[in-house]
Design a protein around this ligand. Structure first.
Ligand SMILES: NC(=O)C1=CN([C@@H]2O[C@H](COP(=O)(O)OP(=O)(O)OC[C@H]3O[C@@H](n4cnc5c(N)ncnc54)[C@H](O)[C@@H]3O)[C@@H](O)[C@H]2O)C=CC1
Ligand SMILES: O=C([O-])CC(=O)C(=O)O
Length: 330
């Protein structure tokens, strides 16, 4: 397989997730150009992160861009975004202890819109992977605004890979089954009970007694909160998120390069009654190629799906409302 020569931008690239994510993407043989994009107020200047990464002995050329908070990306980010094949977006405010992901909507939806409207203008063919929370609402909001511009909503992808990474790790820890190839699909959304790990679809998890599954399910749902609590007001998951985001980013680029790859992601969907839903997705030459059906569920998982559906619908509806009340500047 010949490696691709793709241009990738990490927006929020000097942040907690952004720095390690930029590093992992700079190491991907499919990346020819990497843009590290952040605000001038970031903890480390984006140019500094880029200068640091530019010394890795990898083929990627790395450049940093920093903009003022008051700048609109649509006015400033032409050079940075033009020609991008993939834009990864870990820009936004993380949770503090006691907060719910939903509490971030007001501030983070505005940040996401500022970025996604610039992508609509400068790289409308790119896959735009949104890590910014609350994913359950921000993704439908940005996708509907994207559609209003006549663009293909399949280009907007909500990153829920960390749930798969966590569920798979927990099954490995309990069963001792080899970690390589151990994969628990996680469907639904990316917050609380909307996170539904499908242990019944992971052969290694069949060794776990049925009465232990609800606690394991809850452990996956609460894993983000465990990190928020342990970081004690200094942010949420960054390193594991960067690992998971790079895994998704690499799958997208592999697909664009002609090697179709499957990852769970939260996307516009018709596999359930909900218009946005996380399930397995095949990434191919155009980005999202196939959104896979959820497959067979255990009775427990069926019950959980019924329970999460109205909750996720409410969070999606908030996104649809946002898109009704707002417009892209372009
Ligand atoms: N989808 C998922 O599974 C996960 C999502 N997250 C979310 O990712 C987001 C980022 O988290 P962290 O990296 O920990 O936060 P952070 O605060 O460390 O970094 C965010 C970066 O975004 C930058 N930024 C803010 N507004 C911007 C704008 N308009 N344009 C460009 N850059 C901008 C900031 O300057 C900062 O450098 C949060 O919303 C968090 O909730 C975090 C973990 C997992
Ligand atoms: O918990 C948070 O706020 C960050 C996040 O989405 C996760 O770690 O899954």
């Amino acid at each position: 397989m010949v490696a691709g020569n793709f241009k990738v931008c990490v927006v929020g690239g000097a942040g907690g997730i952004g720095q390690p994510l930029s590093m992992l993407m700079a190491m991907d043989p499919n990346v020819a150009e990497l843009c590290v994009y952040d605000l001038t107020v970031s903890m480390v200047p984006a140019e500094g992160v880029a200068a640091d990464l530019s010394h890795l002995n990898k083929k990627s050329k790395v450049k940093g861009y920093a903009f003022d908070m008051a700048d609109r990306a649509i006015d400033k980010a032409a050079e940075c975004l033009t020609g991008c094949h993939l834009v990864l977006v870990p820009a936004g405010v993380p949770r503090k202890p006691g907060q719910d992901r939903k509490d971030l909507l007001n501030i983070n939806a505005g940040i996401a819109k500022n970025i996604v409207e610039a992508c609509a203008k400068y790289c409308p063919e790119a896959v735009v992977a949104l890590i910014v929370n609350p994913v359950n609402t921000v993704v439908p909001a940005m996708c509907e605004l994207w559609k209003k511009k006549g663009l293909n909503p399949c280009k907007i992808v909500g990153v829920s890979t960390l749930d798969v990474v966590r569920a798979s790790k927990f099954v490995h820890e309990i069963t001792g089954a080899p970690i390589d190839g151990l994969e628990v699909p996680v469907i639904g959304g990316h917050a609380g009970t909307t996170i539904l790990p499908l242990f019944s679809q992971c052969p290694a998890a069949s060794a776990i007694p049925a009465d232990k599954i609800p606690d394991l399910d809850t452990k996956v749902q609460n894993a983000g909160t465990v990190v928020v609590t342990a970081k004690n007001g200094k942010g949420s998951a960054t390193l594991s998120m960067a690992y998971a985001g790079a895994r998704l980013g690499k799958a997208v680029l592999a697909g664009l390069a002609g090697e179709a790859s499957v990852e769970c992601a939260y996307v516009a969907s018709s596999v359930t009654e909900l218009p946005y839903f996380a399930s397995k997705v095949t990434f191919g030459k155009q980005g999202v190629e196939t959104v896979h059906p959820i497959g067979d569920l255990s009775d427990y998982e069926k019950g959980r799906l019924a329970e999460l559906t109205p909750i996720l619908l409410e969070e999606i509806t908030a996104g649809l409302e946002y898109a009704k009340e707002n417009e892209f500047a372009c």
